[in-house]
Design a protein around this ligand. Structure first.
Ligand code: SF4
Ligand code: SF4
Length: 89
């Protein structure tokens, strides 16, 4: 799901011009995305000169726990490899 940071949006409408789905409107000088029309091509993210559009990824606590645990395991593995290499030098 896309979110427009209204504090960054300057209402230039570049995002609306590139959107192939006509999913972006300027309301009160700020971009708004109609998520029911959006097909997630992300052209608007690339077009915005202010970085005002970002994607919100909603994850459950369980998905977050698994991701953090996997990253921790991978980090521990990398540290072990670095330590092994350091002892050989
Ligand atoms: S391109 Fe960015 S700054 Fe311009 S209207 Fe869209 S969101 Fe706002
Ligand atoms: S991701 Fe693509 S379809 Fe969705 S609002 Fe942006 S430009 Fe339009």
């Amino acid at each position: 799901m896309l979110k427009v940071n209204v504090n960054l949006c300057v209402g230039c409408a570049l995002c609306a011009q590139v959107c192939p789905q006509g999913a972006i409107s300027l309301i009160g000088g700020k971009a708004e995305v109609d998520t029911s029309k959006c097909d997630s091509c992300y052209w608007c993210l690339e077009a915005c000169p202010r970085g005002a559009i970002s994607e919100l990824i909603i994850v459950s606590p369980e998905e977050l726990r698994v991701t953090v645990s996997t990253l921790k395991r991978q980090t521990d593995d990398i540290i072990k490899r670095i330590n092994r290499l350091a002892t050989k030098v």
